[in-house]
Design a protein around this ligand. Sequence first.
Ligand SMILES: [Zn+2]
Ligand SMILES: [Zn+2]
Length: 362
Amino acid sequence: MKAAVLNEIPGELEITEVGIDKPGPREVLIQTSAAGLCHSDLHFMEGLYPYMTPAVLGHESAGVVEAVGSDVTYVKPGDHVITCLSVFCGHCSYCTEGRPSICSGKDLECNRGPDEAPRLTIDGAPAWQFLNLSSFAEQMLVHEHAIVKIREDMPLDRASLIGCGVMTGVGAVFRTARVEPGETVAVFGAGGIGLAAVQAARIAGAGRIIAVDMLDTKLETARQMGATDTVNAADTDAVLSIHEMTSGGVHKSFEAVGLKQTTEQAFQSLRNGGTATVIGMIPLGTNIEIHGVDFLMEKKIQGSNMGSNQFRTDMPRLVDMYLDGRLMLDEMVSARISLEEINQGFQAMKSGSVTRSVITFN
Ligand SMILES: [Zn+2]
Ligand SMILES: [Zn+2]
């Protein structure tokens, strides 16, 4: 099969012939229908986070089950699925506490061991599977706990977005921060994840929803998706504007960029008792500075991993919300591209001109 491979870091992706094994007992072979280009892929390509090479990148996808292993009863060939990097073992302390997105057992239990044949190979040598998925490929071989079955009337290109960016932004609002009706919200960053957070705040019934970005085009999209107010931080002090608009700060703020400065601004934008949730991937080695005195007024800051998802529950709900018109996904797909156009897709992402490019197969 064809796949996009990262051979050196930093580096671009190369379309390469990659071998894929048959499903083991608890594995599922999937025909990839669509794969979104996510900022996290770019972080690894640029070396902001380490990874092994050669690796088949990609982790935001949907497809159709082609074959299942001998012990798999959850899906059968022909089923439509969304993949999720939050593969869960099902019985570690995090899984049993209801926090499967931070499962500690997945690396040992949901991967093949060193003595087993690798899932992916290049010229017979092992290739790394990125985040247990490797979606930039015509097929994926994954553990059965890395997929969720969905309705067949859901278009698979839009379903793929739910697999990472949408789940991450929406989950941060619904699950990590638990935004309540009427609460004021600020979202820093109006890319794919930030827009998903804006939408979730609207669906949750938030009061004022303030989107912050440096590009007016992105802020305009944020308005279409539910932002009641926007701040262009290129020419305005975002923290000051938010405090003025809300007479003292927001209940809940979200950082969807992955930078020290925006993380600190998200915290500074809170009213007393408010909570800042950091969704973005802050580069390794970066420390965040906040004023200790703010804790006296019960301001909080917390992380969110993939929206604290329970994806087998959450993703079918998001599919329903798309199909009943509440979750806007059509507007988030700015380009449909081929696998061969993947590097141009990442260039477009860097320029800030797109919300999401989606690779469609066949
Ligand atoms: Zn992602
Ligand atoms: Zn677990």
